[in-house]
Design a protein around this ligand. Structure first.
Ligand SMILES: [Zn+2]
Length: 468
């Protein structure tokens, strides 16, 4: 569950300032500031975005220092905030998807995030353009070769400890460790190095939904300012870095990003979630000419990994009404049967999805071959290409349930049977307009656009030489 993170972090009495009042710009100020921010983005050559918990609150994940934040309630001696959405069910919000579009359009060059909810990667931001300074609760990494594994379940440990799984590279096999950084632990060097490089290069750094209090992460945006870049902060609470900001916006990030995207003529793409599932079966013949077979539906991350999005599986035999159907209610979803005189059997598997999926059911039709299978096709599937086709089709039709086979292989060693891996679209989310409450007839006086959003402190920064 998403709050396990806060519960598992070692206790720290001093977590900085919490529970400060939320401030909101007046409608007119907001309109002017959004105009100014859009202009800054248009003029930027190397835009870097720095994100905090505030961009995920609209996804049902509590922040830390807001009025109902985790640290605020802890400070007041109150219980943890109510969990609205476990991390594995959370969907990226409007801001996450706006950033995806800015990245695809070549406007956004890099994201530095303090969030561990994994929503930037889930939204479609490439790993190479993202630094996750505090880790990612879905990512584990090999302690020896450094290979990264992205799971569809939350990795169980915290503090870069062994997770119990091993590297699947046959030449490595070392222990995997989680990537969540506990208090006082050093930030991951590779991510930090990239974050520093892009901060120094940034001519515009946009801080979204962060109170800029956790060091050393919060000092990164200042590297941009010191190198002559401009910093814009969009946050509801005051931050210790406010004075250094070119522009300070007190509004919800989703509201600001919706308007900014409109002004930049950029359309926020829908979010398409693709989950993967592995169906495997093996069999052997008895002396009585019956075949004993076992069917298993499990995670593509390994037989022992949990499958968080499927609650039950119904098994039917469309061509054999004489065979009894079965509802598998518990993980691992395994069915053992013995069937007389068949060499091939069609099975229909109806998957029932759990909370957090927009898809209710999906159907897999598969033939089980109880003979030596034909020669294996060895052609390699371009996974990214196949997934992109599925994603764009689902996005165009705004419909989940789309499914495709991404891998077929024989079972290893002495087992007879095969394993098929499917990619299934389990959610499609389109983002609806969030209107800034400004009546259209308000004319913005030109001097306000010029003066209002610009803070005095920024004049200094603007006079410094730019890198570009
Ligand atoms: Zn390894």
């Amino acid at each position: 569950m998403s709050l396990r993170y806060a519960e598992k972090l070692s206790y720290k009495a001093d977590v900085g300032t919490v529970g400060m009042p939320e401030l909101f710009d007046s409608a007119l100020d907001l309109k002017c500031k959004i105009e100014a921010l859009s202009q800054l983005i248009k003029e930027s050559q190397h835009l870097v975005v720095f994100t905090g918990a505030g961009i995920s609150t609209s996804c049902g994940i509590p922040d830390f220092r807001g009025p109902k934040g985790i640290w605020t309630l802890q400070h007041e001696g109150k219980p943890m905030p109510k969990i609205e959405t476990p991390f594995h069910q959370a969907r990226p919000g409007l801001t996450h998807m706006a950033l995806v579009q800015l990245q695809r359009a070549g406007i956004l060059k890099f994201i530095i995030s303090q969030n561990i909810d994994g929503l930037h990667l889930r939204s479609g931001i490439p790993r190479s353009q993202l630094a996750e300074l505090h880790g990612n609760c879905f990512r584990e990494t090999c302690s020896s070769c450094g290979k990264e594994y992205f799971r569809d379940f939350e990795v169980e440990t915290l503090g870069c400890k062994p997770t119990g799984r091993r590297c699947s590279d046959p030449e490595c096999g070392a222990k995997l460790i989680d990537t969540i950084v506990d208090w006082e632990e050093a930030l991951p060097p590779a991510d930090l190095k990239l974050a520093e490089k892009h901060s120094k290069k940034a001519d515009l750094i946009l801080c979204l939904g962060t109170s800029l209090q956790i060091t050393p992460a919060c000092n990164l945006p200042l590297k941009a300012v010191r190198a002559g870049g401009k910093m814009v902060i969009v946050n509801l609470q005051a931050t210790p870095k406010d004075k250094k900001a070119e522009l300070l916006i007190r509004a919800r990030v989703d509201e600001v990003m919706w308007e900014v995207m409109n002004k930049l003529n950029q359309i926020i793409p829908p979010f398409v979630r693709i989950d993967r599932i592995r169906m495997s079966y093996y069999y052997y013949w008895t002396k009585k000419k019956s075949v004993k077979w076992l069917l298993r539906l499990g995670s593509s991350h390994g037989d022992r990994a949990p499958l968080p999005f499927i609650t039950s599986v119904e098994v039917n035999y469309p061509n054999r009404p004489d065979l009894k159907q079965k509802l598998l209610k518990k993980q691992p979803f395994v069915l053992r049967r013995e069937t007389m005189h068949v060499k091939e059997l069609d099975v229909s598997l109806t998957l029932h999805f759990g909370e957090g999926c927009m898809c209710v059911t999906a159907n897999i039709l598969q033939s089980l071959h109880f003979e030596v299978p034909p020669e294996q096709k060895t052609e390699k599937i371009d996974m990214e290409c196949v997934l992109e086709t599925v994603r764009s089709r689902a996005a165009a039709e705004k419909q989940c349930g789309e499914m495709t086979v991404i891998d077929v292989r024989s079972l290893p060693d002495t087992l007879q049977g095969s394993a098929v891996e499917f990619a299934i679209v389990t959610s499609v989310v389109a983002y609806t307009p969030i209107l800034v409450q400004v009546p259209d007839e308000i004319e913005i006086p030109k001097e306000i656009i010029r003066k209002a959003p610009i803070k005095k402190a920024s004049n200094r920064a603007r006079k410094r030489p730019r890198r570009f």
